[in-house]
Design a protein. Structure first.
Length: 159
């Protein structure tokens, strides 16, 4: 009977964790949903962080900084086509999230750049980080590490 109770408790905990990941994290008027990153090959020094940020407030906010427990620094980046060439650049003023809008950070677009990685990211891991917003302040997030080459997160998807 004790084993059955333990299994039921573990199942309940897993279900509540999946619901929390699907619902996202809220700080002030902002909701951060499905933070994820990709697994990296051995020796990789950089990785990207992706998510959806929704501003349910009445004023604009900005993602201005961050931290990632496995990197020395974090920058906010944008990838865009310029004269037929894909270019990546840092957004020194951060990323604007207008009221009532969502911004999707994804491969080939806006993303959080993890620089000077100190340890490989492995598929299936969860790695803690912090996002810093101009108005909403700091929020702790957990990035799910997806397989190398993944184009989108599998968070919240039931298989």
């Amino acid at each position: 009977m004790t084993l059955l109770k333990s299994l039921l408790a573990a199942t309940a905990l897993l279900a509540s964790t999946m619901v929390a990941l699907a619902q996202g994290t809220t700080v002030g008027a902002l909701t951060i949903e499905q933070p994820w990153t990709r697994a990296t090959p051995t020796g990789a020094r950089v990785a990207g962080g992706f998510m959806v940020i929704t501003n349910k407030g009445a004023t604009t906010d900005r993602l201005i900084a961050g931290a990632f427990e496995r990197s020395k620094r974090v920058e906010i980046h944008e990838m865009a086509m310029e004269a037929g060439v894909m270019k990546m650049r840092e957004l020194p003023k951060g990323l604007e999230i207008k009221p009532g809008e969502s911004v999707t950070l994804k491969p080939g677009s806006y993303h959080v750049m993890f620089l000077d990685l100190g340890q490989q990211l492995k598929n299936g891991e969860q790695v803690k980080g912090t996002l810093v917003f101009e108005k909403a302040g700091k929020v702790e997030v957990t990035y799910k590490v997806e397989a190398m080459g993944t184009r989108g997160s599998s968070h919240g998807k039931m298989h």
